[in-house]
Design a protein around this ligand. Structure first.
Ligand code: AP5
Length: 223
């Protein structure tokens, strides 16, 4: 199964992609995670991407498409993948189309997680992550037992640089301007499925499972 997950920052793309990955046994390719790792490890890619990410802007298309093309070449993507955070511009989407066409592959679906700007501002400004094991907490919906400490490994919790109020506002602006047009792009290709992502994580996951099971290729594989 080849999937794209679209949606506002904080709509739950990462949380839901991880669940789909486990359920369907296909890799989650999060361009945000790849970039953050590159920044942390002091790689050249990280040096190039860092200032864009900290300002809540998109990293240039050329860097992103190169990164994704290389990742999709890997063996674990040959039976399918979930793209979480890519494409984010029409230009990226067209490059992906060309690549898939070259490989004689097609997308099964593009899931768009829909949720309000107000809800994602709340989610993102209250997100905290463990600096050791990367566990995800939310001060409102899933707080740690002890303030600032990870329940699972005792590591200290931190706030993502781009989860500060002014940067969240910029990320939302950038999404509406540069990424939202993908909704029409994929609707015209008849692969877009809308998911109500304003509900709890499990309810959203259950709606996604139902949607994916109804896709022709998945339904026919089940017999
Ligand atoms: P990226 O890491 O992809 O950031 P993002 O799209 O802003 O997404 P987030 O990770 O913040 O949110 P999410 O939708 O994955 O939600 P999550 O599940 O984490 O990209 C970061 C940056 O990298 C970009 O700004 C850009 O600079 C660069 N970049 C990446 N890809 C690029 C590309 N293709 N082109 C150019 N630049 C690129 O959940 C968020 C929070 O909400 C968590 O605390 C979670 O626990 C909570 N939550 C999730 N679901 C629910 C729910 N249903 N109810 C309540 N809380 C929930």
């Amino acid at each position: 199964m080849r999937l794209i997950i679209l949606g506002l920052p904080g709509s739950g793309k990462g949380s839901q992609s991880k669940l789909i990955s486990k359920q369907f046994g296909i890799p989650q390719i999060s361009t945000g995670d790849i970039l953050r790792r590159a920044v942390k490890e002091g790689m050249e890619l990280g040096d190039k991407a860092r200032s864009y990410m900290e300002r809540g802007q998109l990293v240039p298309d050329a860097l992103m498409t190169e990164l994704v093309i290389q990742r999709l070449e890997k063996e674990d993507c040959q039976q399918g993948f979930i793209l979480d955070g890519f494409p984010r511009t029409i230009n990226q989407a067209e490059t992906l189309d060309d690549l898939l066409k070259e490989k004689n592959m097609a997308l099964d679906s593009v899931l768009e997680l829909q949720v309000s700007d107000e809800a994602v501002i709340q989610r993102l400004s209250n997100r905290r992550l463990c600096s050791r094991c990367t566990a995800d907490y939310n001060l409102l919906s899933n707080p740690p037992k002890e303030r600032g400490i990870c329940d699972q490994c005792g590591g200290s919790l931190y706030q993502r640089e781009d989860d500060r109020e002014e940067t969240i506002a910029r990320r939302l602006q950038v999404y509406h301007l540069q990424t939202k047009p993908l909704e029409t792009y994929y609707k015209d290709k008849d692969v877009l499925r809308i998911v109500d992502a304003g509900k709890g994580v499990e309810e959203v996951s259950s709606e996604i499972s139902d949607t994916l099971r109804s896709l022709p290729r998945v339904a026919s594989a089940k017999g």
